[in-house]
Every structure is written in structure tokens, then in C-alpha cells.
Design a protein around this ligand. Structure first.
Ligand code: NAD
Length: 287
């Protein structure tokens, strides 16, 4: 039997991501005890029913008592507040990580909020679905996916914590990489946040046409392209505001590309269109 990396784990926020982590940790026996905190009773009951936790708590302070690893899995704007709230109750030597989709703000705020002797390493499993909540949580959600880590100031403690977290993510089947928080946010703005915005915006544009009646004829292309527009509006509002600077820069690039397309179409520039489409098609096929 593999020695546990962490004996006691607390997952704070039993939603899609926190719940799926808890399910994997329990079913793969990667820890001895798993505590879960969720503010709503429904989420706690769903976690018990799915056997995702040994014990669930209505207060985060109670859930983190004696935990060797604390995983913060609430919305990005809430994660630093949650860290501050549990800070006085953390065990000396505990490791804290989070799963937030943005990193720079979170890493900066949390590194200041935790007591000495507690190591924080930001994390982001790039996996998910357009569903949310514990009822949507599933096993093996992270298999074959990237799990990015964004350590703050490096010291021996945080390097050791990083190694253990990478091993844990790999035990869930994920591939890991280490990035600076700023670079993480710029990359995610490009590959995740901008695509969500364009999906929402495309549906919005089609809704404004013929009072939205055209949408009923939508087939494969529209459905494939807009699947992620069914994602949680609260979560995406949160992410846009948290990653404002990187997202605004990426939106400028996108606007520029749209302007190029518009110009090619207006000027009947077939060669220009074909060039842009071919370059994109080739990159997409290699994905
Ligand atoms: P979710 O809506 O499924 O779960 C959110 C959880 O946070 C729930 O347990 C909810 O009860 C709790 N919560 C919300 N507001 C709270 C508050 N004010 N106080 C206490 N608890 C609160 O969302 P999710 O998809 O699991 O996302 C959780 C985190 O994971 C977010 O930070 C998100 O950015 C990140 N993330 C999401 C995805 C994705 O695709 N869904 C992927 C990677 C990372």
C-alpha cells in the first residue's frame, strides 16, 4: 500500500471541483481521513451520500482541525477570505492549496494571510464540466488533465509542499506543471477565459437576431462552439473580474483578429480568408 502523502485532508467547498477531488481521494484511498466543509446542507448531504467525505462540517474552522492538507475550492473571489477565516485554526506544518481558476490575486492575498509554519501553494486543475455542485462531482475528472501549480515566494517549506502536491495530483492521474501566478493568468485568459467569453457573446449575438428564434435551428457547429456558454454565470463573472488585466489584453487580440476577418470579407479577399482559416485549422487538428 502506498504511504499516504497526507493523513488528514480537509476540502473546503464541496462543489464540482472540491467534490470530485474528495471522491478521488476517498475512492483511491489517498488519505486516512477526509473532512468536507460546505455552507449548504444540500451539498453536505450529497457528499455523504456519494461517500466523498468521512465527515462533513457546516463551519470551515471545524473542518480544518488537525488537517495536514487543506484544499480551498470555493469561487475565486471567496478563496482568500476563506483562507483568512481558517488561518488561526490550521495545524502547524499544514499545507494549504486552492483550485481557483485565477492565481495572481489569490496567491498574493493568501501568502500574507497564513501563519508561519503553514505552506501555501496555489493550484489549478484544468478540468471541469459545464455543470456545478456536488451532484455533478465525478470520479476521475482529473485523469489526463493538467494540474498547474503556482508557488509564491520559494522556501524549503513551500518546495516540499509543492513536491507533495504534485505527487498527489499525479496520483489522481493529472499531469503537473509549475508556472508563476502572473503567467498562469495570462495563459488561462487565452485558452480558457477568452473562449468562455466568446461562447457567451456568440449566443448573446444570435439571441439579439430575430428575437432569438433562429437558435432553434442550431446544429452541430453552434452546439460544439457554445457548449461552455451553459457554464455557471456566477463563476464566470467572478473570473472575469479577478483576471481583468490579462483578459482585457486578450480581448484586444481577439478584436484585432475579428477586424482582420471582417476586412477580408468586405474586400472579398479569398486568399486572406483561406490563409487565416488554414493556419487555424492546422493548429486545431494538432490539438
Ligand atoms: P461549484 O459552484 O460547483 O462549487 C462552488 C462551491 O463553493 C460550492 O460548494 C459552494 O457551496 C461554495 N461556495 C460558493 N460561495 C460560497 C461562499 N460565499 N461561502 C462559502 N462557500 C461558498 O463551482 P466549481 O466549479 O467547483 O468551482 C470551484 C472553484 O474551482 C472555483 O474557484 C473555480 O474557479 C475553480 N475551478 C472550476 C473549474 C470548472 O470548470 N468548473 C475548473 C477548475 C477550477
Amino acid at each position: 500500500v502506498k504511504k499516504n502523502l497526507f493523513d488528514k485532508v480537509a476540502v473546503l467547498g464541496l462543489g464540482l471541483i472540491g467534490g470530485s477531488i474528495a471522491l478521488d481521494l476517498k475512492s483511491r484511498r489517498l488519505c486516512k481521513t477526509l473532512n468536507g466543509y460546505n455552507r449548504s446542507r444540500g451539498g453536505r448531504i450529497a457528499a455523504q451520500r456519494k461517500k466523498a467525505c468521512d465527515q462533513t462540517f457546516a463551519r470551515p474552522e471545524a473542518a480544518v482541525r488537525g488537517a495536514d492538507l487543506v484544499i480551498l475550492a470555493t469561487p475565486v473571489q471567496h478563496i482568500p477570505r476563506l483562507a483568512k477565516q481558517v488561518a488561526p485554526f490550521l495545524k502547524a506544518g499544514a499545507v494549504v492549496t486552492d483550485v481557483g481558476s485565477t492565481k495572481a490575486g489569490i496567491v498574493k492575498k493568501i501568502s500574507r494571510a497564513l501563519p508561519r509554519g503553514v505552506a501555501f501553494v496555489g493550484g489549478h486543475p484544468i478540468a471541469g464540466t459545464d455543470k456545478s455542485g456536488m451532484t455533478a462531482a465525478q470520479k476521475n475528472l482529473f485523469a489526463g488533465r493538467w494540474w498547474l501549480f503556482t508557488p509564491g515566494p520559494r522556501n524549503q517549506e513551500s518546495l516540499r509542499a509543492l513536491k507533495k502536491l504534485q505527487s498527489l495530483a499525479e496520483a489522481l492521474g493529472a499531469k503537473t506543471a509549475v508556472l508563476s501566478p502572473g503567467e498562469h493568468d495570462r495563459i488561462l485568459a487565452a485558452i480558457s477565459h477568452l473562449p468562455h467569453l466568446t461562447a457567451y457573446s456568440l449566443v448573446d449575438a444570435v439571441l439579439s437576431f430575430r428575437k432569438g428564434r433562429a437558435i432553434r435551428y442550431a446544429a452541430g457547429g453552434f452546439r460544439d462552439f457554445t457548449r461552455i456558454a451553459a457554464s455557471s454565470p456566477e463563476m464566470w463573472t467572478d473570473i472575469c473580474l479577478e483576471n481583468r488585466a490579462a483578459l482585457l489584453a486578450m480581448l484586444s487580440r481577439f478584436e484585432k483578429s475579428l477586424r482582420t476577418l471582417r476586412r477580408h470579407i468586405a474586400k472579398k479577399n479569398a486568399a486572406g480568408l483561406r490563409r487565416l482559416f488554414s493556419r487555424a485549422a492546422e493548429a486545431r487538428r494538432r490539438l
